[in-house]
Design a protein around this ligand. Sequence first.
Ligand SMILES: C[S@@+](CC[C@H](N)C(=O)[O-])C[C@H]1O[C@@H](n2cnc3c(N)ncnc32)[C@H](O)[C@@H]1O
Length: 332
Amino acid sequence: MNFLDSEDLLGINLESPDASSRTYHVPVMTEEVCALLRPSAGMLMLDGTLGGGGHTEMFLDAGAEVIGLDQDTNAIEAAGARLARFGSRVRLVEGNFRNAASVLESLGERRGLGGVLLDIGVSSHQLNEASRGFAFMKDGPLDMRMGQATAQTAADLVNTWQAAELARIFKEYGEEPRAAQVAARIVSLRVQHPFETTFDLAAAVSSVVPRTGARHPATKVFQALRVAVNDELGALQEALAGIPALLVPGARFGVITFHSLEDRIVKHFFKERSQEWIDRPEWPEPRRNPNRIFRLLTPHPIDAGVEETDSNPRARSAKLRVVEKIESPQIS
Ligand SMILES: C[S@@+](CC[C@H](N)C(=O)[O-])C[C@H]1O[C@@H](n2cnc3c(N)ncnc32)[C@H](O)[C@@H]1O
């Protein structure tokens, strides 16, 4: 899958949503998530990307107890209203899933987790809300922070980073072929007037990148900046490194990604921790994998079905991968 088939900003509903309603975000692949994570009465689960609370609500409906985490205050508020009826079975915390272990500790929670879901990326609310600065189709402050505690906005990056650093992220995170030209243009324009709004940046990018097809010329640059502002890949890597230790044997851990950079990280991590045997050219024979802690439940990622993608275009690029923690990790 091409990185930019993901979270196609042109494909999403850009109507202004009511943050407290169910239009905050439509959860993807609910049936598949439920079938694979198997939420049940008494199970303690972590939803590391609470959003509008759709997946969490499904876990709660199945009888599970849920700790819902999101770095966005708006998500905590919207989901809090939606999930209030579940009382103490749900605890919502504003924070980053890269710090899942310390969140559990701060709650005094010593039980292991029976299930974890990360449905990463941005919510429809974040994309739709002009004031959050994610959408080049709406004018707003050039922000792009998913969490209000994130230190630097997209404006901070484009107004202070060196051209080489901007070009690197446009290339690596956006696969923008004209990364260097866009970075040079930004640096020359910001001398006259610092970038403040999404329209400022979209216009600058459009002056260098020609429009091809239906996609807006600024799509790749906006996506790259979003990944950089929120350190999305770093947060995912830290979460993958830390979450396994929080799981009880038999627990299931699912990750939904929306672009290939993230999916690749999840795919490799799950493979590395689930394959039984490893081989190296210098070894006479394969050896047991000492890092094996999982059984891979999805040798191929699960995609959303046609019915779902027809009604929710955002689900088109979603990929779900799930592992199960094995009873006793095998040591060679
Ligand atoms: C795709 S939405 C999740 C939607 C949710 N599953 C639902 O049912 O509504 C992603 C959410 O994860 C949050 N998020 C993304 N990265 C995060 C991180 N590193 N830590 C905490 N929350 C994060 C975003 O703020 C956003 O609200």
